[in-house]
Design a protein around this ligand. Structure first.
Ligand code: GDP
Ligand code: MG
Ligand code: K
Length: 298
């Protein structure tokens, strides 16, 4: 019997130059080194997708968690907070040599507003004497209750496989969001899924919990008809939720589709043919125990 597949989203946060990109490169291999330079997204930016036989981790960046520099700062901050509440795990990276800095407090204030499990990743251990690690870790421990504290060297690779193992143990059961050979995402694809999800959450208010996922099954440009064909599946865990999302004679699904399509068209600058499916998958987010362990109220 094979174990069930686990998957989830991990946000990587930390001050500039602590080694976030280096860690991702290390975890994902060379291929990720050149990331798409496509338009900046207002929300999450996928950095990379790590897939093994048993699990898939989607690493995302949360832009708003850096100290706001511009007028949009406030909005970005609340978006980042929303993001952090939706991921399965936060990896908070620090630089063992630099130690504590003011930027860290900004991030910790953020973390204090969420209930998501957070790992403290003490990076660049190759640059310090082991004796220096404990006092540093103690300092951070006083500021926040981390689920795990893992010293690594992203550059040299020490302890990175142990980190991946720990990440795996915190992932809920879930689907393979992306094909195993895909290590990065078209930003558009991700935003499209997010836009659809946003419409659902908005239109159904509290009737449908956050335990839904939108998976883009197909996104293809039809040159001849000059439009983009998109097929997406909305995954819910109960039949009753499916009913709410479809609505009377399909009215809710139609509303979701129309609103999402308008925004997607504006985003990608092309006409869109959007087909939405709703699928009940009991295993999807069937992990109340785990969520409770993490401090969520279900
Ligand atoms: P980011 O801004 O957080 O994405 O940081 P980067 O990944 O760009 O790393 C900033 C600098 O720190 C680069 O020069 C990296 O080579 C260096 N760096 C990252 N991780 C390590 C590490 O584990 N050990 C050492 N010695 N240097 C590192
Ligand atoms: Mg970077
Ligand atoms: K970054």
């Amino acid at each position: 019997m094979s174990k069930s597949f686990k998957s989830g989203f991990a946000a990587i946060v930390g001050r500039p130059n602590v080694g976030k990109s280096t860690l991702l490169n290390r975890v994902l291999g060379q291929k990720i080194a050149i990331m798409s330079d496509k338009a900046q997204t207002t929300r999450n930016k996928i950095h990379g997708i790590y897939t093994t036989e048993q699990e898939q981790v989607v690493f995302i960046d949360t832009p708003g968690i850096h100290k706001p520099k511009h007028k949009l700062g406030q909005m970005m901050t609340s978006l980042a907070l929303a993001t952090l509440n939706e991921v399965d795990l936060v990896l908070f990276l620090i630089d063992a040599e630099q130690g504590y800095g003011r930027g860290d407090q900004f991030i910790i204030d953020f973390l204090n507003k969420t209930s998501v499990p957070v790992f403290l990743i003490v990076n660049k251990i190759d640059k310090v004497h082991p004796d220096e690690l404990l006092p540093l870790i103690d300092r951070y421990r006083q500021l926040y209750t981390f689920k795990e504290i893992i010293p690594v060297s992203a550059l040299q690779g020490q302890n990175v496989s142990a980190l991946m193992e720990q990440i795996g143990s915190y992932l809920p059961e879930g689907p393979k969001y992306y094909p195993e050979d895909q290590i990065t995402d078209h930003p558009e694809r991700f935003i499209v899924a997010e836009l659809i999800r946003e419409k659902i959450l908005h239109l159904t208010r509290d009737e449908v919990p956050h335990a839904i996922a939108v998976v883009i099954d197909k996104m293809k440009v039809d040159e001849r008809r000059q439009l983009t064909e998109i097929q997406a599946t909305i995954m819910v865990e109960r039949t009753s939720q499916k009913g709410i999302i479809i609505g009377k004679s399909g009215s809710m699904l139609k509303k979701i589709g129309t609103l999402a399509r308008q925004e997607i068209e504006a985003l990608i600058g092309s006409k869109v043919f959007l087909e939405l499916w709703v699928k009940v998958d009991k295993n999807w987010r069937d992990k109340e125990e785990e969520l409770k362990n993490f401090g969520y109220t279900v």
